[in-house]
Design a protein around this ligand. Structure first.
Ligand code: AMP
Ligand code: MG
Length: 343
């Protein structure tokens, strides 16, 4: 009899324990510095710690493949090959294949071969300067995404001698997507990967509710939020001039370059947030739509239908595409911000 009571007691304890696990899962987190930014990885559940370790390793490996300044990287090898074919990893083949499709689709607003122009402005070195028109005109002659050849079967890439590429506009999103997939493969059901403003969730929060991702007020001294977007697994990626810029002679020069002019993009937008299943696509599109502006960006949204947009215009007003209508909320104190909905 005593034994029976004990086993009922034990079973009850076990049940209690299990339900406690369900609502209060173990949280693991880690911070790494990669791809020029601080990344914060958080995962829930018993597999979280191991998955974060694996995801960190993956991100570091991708950084070594995709860095434009790291002499061992695939991108470095392509840039230094003086017009010859270069064998690269399957990850780089995928990255560049996707980039070229989007370069085509955005009529070159996204162009990995913009690198010499980005460098001339000092954005890779920190030696900021305003290049002359003559210099920019000469550099722009080398900017042409259609000259990048990707041989997917042979796993090799070739660019003309003098052309240089950089994947800074697309690498973090692709890394986030791959890290999230790795976590899913390792059994993680709930995680939030913050790759320096590229937010890549896995599933929903441990309590079953949506993640809330803040959208920053552009051009703000410090960090403050204008709105939040709810996500149940979709990536939320923002591009904005405020993320990297320098000032000279009272003028602000931002790091996103319009490949048609060689000058920092001026499309009337202060930030572009793209929300979608594919974090790699979101990263590429946030940069491209920042260059393209509202009209062309919304047109692309209509044409593709696989992402949503939150645009902050230079006048402070917001445009969201209808898929976000129910999941955007304004931050306290900004409730009277004008929001237009694109349908
Ligand atoms: P993101 O923060 O994703 O918008 O990417 C911006 C980074 O991409 C810049 O710091 C540059 O390294 C690079 N970049 C700037 N303009 C372009 C462009 N039009 N196409 C592709 N890459 C660009
Ligand atoms: Mg981008």
């Amino acid at each position: 009899m005593k034994k029976k009571i004990l086993s009922i007691f034990l079973a009850a304890m076990l049940l209690l324990g299990l339900s406690a696990c369900k609502t209060q899962q173990k949280e693991s987190s880690s911070q790494i510095y990669a791809m020029d930014t601080i990344m914060r990885l958080t995962a829930y559940g018993s597999k979280g710690e191991e998955a974060i370790e694996a995801a960190s390793e993956l991100i570091m490996r991708l950084e070594h493949l995709w860095s434009v300044t790291d002499e061992g990287s695939d991108i470095w090898a392509i840039n230094e090959a003086a017009g010859q074919w270069v064998s690269v990893t399957p990850e780089t083949i995928d990255l560049l294949t996707n980039a070229l499709v989007l370069a085509e689709e955005t009529q070159g607003a996204l162009d990995p071969s913009i690198y010499p122009v980005v460098r001339a402005w000092g954005f890779t070195t920190g030696d900021y300067r305003v290049p002359t028109q003559q210099e920019l005109t000469a550099l722009l002659e080398r900017v042409d995404h259609s000259a990048i050849e990707v041989d997917a079967e042979g796993k090799r890439v070739r660019i003309p001698d003098g052309t240089k590429i950089d994947v800074g506009a697309i690498a973090k999103g692709a890394a986030g997507r791959m890290a999230a997939q790795l976590m899913v493969d390792l059994g993680v059901k709930s995680a939030l990967l913050d790759l320096g403003g590229n937010i890549q969730p896995v599933g929903v929060k441990p309590d079953g509710s949506a993640w809330r991702v803040g959208v920053q007020i552009p051009n703000y001294e410090g960090t403050a939020y204008l709105a939040a977007v709810e996500s149940t697994g979709r990536a939320v990626v923002t591009s904005g001039g405020y993320q990297r810029y320098f000032e000279m002679g009272g003028v602000r020069y931002i790091h996103i370059i319009d490949p048609t002019t060689g000058y920092p993009a001026e499309s009337g937008l202060d930030s572009v947030t793209v929300v979608g299943e594919d974090g790699g696509l979101c990263d590429a599109l946030s940069t491209a739509i920042f260059v393209m502006g509202e009209e062309r960006g919304v047109q692309l949204w209509r044409d593709r239908g696989d992402f949503d947009l939150l645009l902050i215009r230079a006048d402070g007003s917001i445009l969201v595409t209808e898929g976000l209508e129910q999941s955007v909320m304004l931050a306290d104190g900004y409730g009277d911000t004008k929001i237009d909905i694109a349908r």
